[in-house]
Design a binder for this molecule. Structure first.
Ligand code: GLN
Length: 534
């Protein structure tokens, strides 16, 4: 039977609840338990797929093709498990399911209400995740902050889960802010007291309080939190600001979080082996040489829009003993007049995924610069499409080459594939999730992956137009990865270049600590080599 840990947030959002929840996942997994994670998001979008990256940051894609919250990327990177569409549940999805049932007549004439119908649907999502994953522990994070109107049905549902499953099977962990007032040099517990009072008024007594602080907390402050929150001081964990997010699991381990949870849930944890995690941390060397990656993207004002890309770069950096600095370049600032100035000392250039016309020409210029100046280049999704259009225009002389997403052109190098009419709905209609690429022997792709077939995750509507394959091939472009079932291009690369590769899929979703995705690993290695030689 599964055990359940529900993680709520207090006082303010952006506390790193997802990191705290994932860190606990790391400890439980290192204790030999099978862990599954879930996030409940209280907004009404059915999934974050239709939300602007400026609103919500990156859309993380699971292997089974769900478009999810970026916290799932943290979950997967921390607990090193592939999660599923059961892992991100929004209010929109819950309401959609309930309304569909109502329309079908499933409720047999009942008045359909928030309690019990919405709350039952939420509980079903918790229980079905437990059943399908077969995990020992399900960690469920409730998005937002306790007290928000829109999260009330979730809070009520998890209260009911504890009633149904019993005290030894369900715990509540509340992550709350303990602000530090510099003038009086004091950590203040009052906001946390208030948010726990709010939780209590909703019928939830937290079992563990995680105090998010800037500095370490005095014993007396911890005792005070414990006293006002009705828990023992041992159950107050401190999550002080850490050097990197990857330090948090160890900080919790040092405070015996695994035993606190084990006692509360009767998990009988005897040993927690943090060896692999410590090995990963040992690679994070702040004095290491720095490699700067020029990332030319559309949404760079909000680095969260590229969270998995930047984490993948960092993880590959740790693996290769370098520190990664990202130089964020706004694609629509790049023009033919300034491209030399902007990219002249680039160690490596990355063009990530994106949608829409703005900035596309700047990306094309960045690709051209990388190609002509032999600077290591990695293109991702829209970045691969830009690389193809650039090659068609500047090497094959197809001057009006473009993507039909952006312009009506006689030469749509990137197009909607015949037979796949453009669905008018925006949500959930892309090529999503895992597809298999067969790698051509002797190519850079095959060398990087050391495999002949790879499964990688997708999120795009447009594809390389095969009508142009021969022409580009003759001109020197290598199509090194193909989804054979539908003959779709997955990877392109160039020879006579130290490192030029781009994929239609998103390699950033599969990098994990100690295991950077091979494209990122190769890219960083090439950047290091280039930097040594120049
Ligand atoms: N806009 C492109 C498409 O839909 C690329 C999408 C992406 O980069 N994720 O095909």
């Amino acid at each position: 039977m599964a055990k359940y840990i529900f993680v709520t947030g207090g006082v303010v959002s952006g506390l790193g609840k997802g990191i705290t929840a994932s860190s606990l996942g790391v400890l439980l997994k290192a204790s030999g338990l099978k862990v599954f994670m879930q996030k409940f998001d209280p907004y009404l979008n059915v999934d974050p797929g239709t939300m602007s990256p400026y609103q919500h940051g990156e859309v993380y894609v699971t292997a089974d093709g769900a478009e999810t919250d970026l916290d799932l990327g943290h979950y997967e990177r921390f607990i090193d498990e592939n999660l599923t569409r059961d892992s991100n549940i929004t209010s929109g999805l819950i309401y959609k399911n309930v309304i569909e049932k109502e329309r079908r007549g499933d409720y047999e004439g009942q008045t359909v209400q928030v309690v019990p119908h919405i709350t039952n649907e939420i509980k079903n999502k918790v229980y079905s995740a437990a059943e399908k994953s077969g995990a020992d522990v399900i960690i469920t994070e409730i998005g937002g902050t306790v007290g928000d109107i829109e999260s009330l049905p979730f809070i009520e549902a998890i209260r009911q889960v504890k009633m149904e499953q019993g005290g030894k099977n369900v715990i509540f962990m509340h992550v709350s802010l303990v602000p530090y007032i510099a003038a009086s040099q004091e950590a203040k517990t009052k906001p946390t007291q208030h948010s726990v009072r709010e939780l209590l008024s909703l019928g939830i007594q937290p079992d563990i309080v995680v105090a998010r602080t800037e500095h370490h907390l005095e014993e007396s402050v911890i005792d005070k939190i414990a006293l006002f929150c009705n828990i023992s001081s041992k159950h107050v964990l401190v999550a002080a600001d850490a050097k990197t997010i990857y330090d948090v699991p160890l900080k919790l381990y040092e405070q015996n979080a695994q035993h606190v949870v084990s006692d509360l849930l009767n998990l009988n944890i005897t040993k927690t082996d943090m060896g692999a995690w410590e090995n990963f941390l040992s690679k994070i060397d702040c004095s290491a040489k720095e490699i700067t990656i020029k990332l030319v993207g559309k949404y760079i004002e909000l680095p969260d829009a590229y969270l998995s890309v930047s984490e993948s770069l960092r993880i590959a950096g740790f693996e290769n003993g370098v520190r990664i600095k990202i130089d964020w370049i706004k694609a629509d600032d790049v023009t033919a007049d300034n491209v030399d100035e902007i990219l002249k000392d680039a160690m490596a250039i990355l063009v990530p995924g994106g949608f829409g016309e703005r900035g596309f020409e700047g990306k094309i210029l960045a690709v051209q610069y990388a190609r002509e100046h032999k600077i290591p280049f990695l293109g991702i999704c829209f970045g691969m499409q830009a690389a193809v259009v650039e090659y068609a225009r500047n090497v094959c002389g197809i001057s009006d080459a473009n993507s039909s997403e952006l312009k009506t052109t006689n030469n749509p190098l990137i197009d909607i594939i015949e037979g796949k009419a453009k669905d008018d709905a925006l949500g959930g209609t892309l090529r999503l999730g895992n597809y298999k690429a067969t790698l051509q022997p002797g190519t850079l792709a095959a060398e990087l992956y050391q495999q002949t077939e790879v499964l990688e995750r997708h999120r795009h509507r447009y594809e390389f137009n095969n009508k142009y394959r021969e022409q580009l091939e003759t001109a020197g472009m290598i199509f090194s990865g193909i989804y054979e079932k539908e003959n779709l291009v997955e990877i392109i690369e160039l020879k006579d270049h130290p490192f030029f590769i781009a994929s239609q899929y998103h390699p950033e979703f599969t990098s994990r600590p100690n295991k950077p995705n091979p494209l990122f690993n190769g890219f960083i290695k090439a950047a290091i080599t280039k930097n040594q030689n120049s």
